[in-house]
Write a protein that binds this ligand. Sequence first.
Ligand SMILES: [Zn+2]
Length: 245
Amino acid sequence: MANCILCSTELKFMNTPTFGSGKLNDSSIVCTSCFKKINNVNPKVAFKLKNYSLNDIQNLLNEKISKNEYGNSRLDEIKEQILKLTNGSIYLGKREINELPEILARTEVIDNIAQGTYNNGQGILISTNRRLIFIDKGILYGLKVEDFPLDKITSIQYETGLLLGGIKIYTSGNIAKIENVEKSIARSFAEFVRDKLSQDKEVGKNIISEPNILDQLEKLAKLRENAILSEDEFNEQKKKLLEKL
Ligand SMILES: [Zn+2]
């Protein structure tokens, strides 16, 4: 007989799920104990195992393992981040939020969120420590995701009308317009991201200035080598440069 595709245990009558319920989409089989594991993580998947591939099942089980120490799943973690940002109300796209564990990296943290429309689709705009992402999960057309890495965004603006506003995200040569955003949120979101961008740029500046100082030190050393600067003069200039670091 065959072996369990997950744990390699030899499959016998006693440890093989009945009526073919342990079969995956490629007809490979999982043993009863692996079947129970899958069922613990997601009973719906276990019930329709033949619709899933080995890869799907491995991902499902890995996700379970990566649940954090409080026993929360990544989705719970994400919902918590959003609850904090929205003062406890998840009024925002539930369908989109459910997609976030797939879209976000494990270490990505949501720091702002807005609801609006983009290219005529209703969805959510989120800001994370890496990027802005617009997510639109349509019932008919499926999932649309557009992301704007922070280092590609040149500026962000908002505009407001009577009730609703919009957020414009400028990237090199492109403007993405998120419309129908609640007025106060359009403003706070855009200002938040703008602050973040300017902080990032300042951090960047410091990094850029370092090699310049190193360049200057090298030049100073050459001047001393060529006896244009005395040892004392060199040391004095060197001290000044190093203070700038
Ligand atoms: Zn097994």
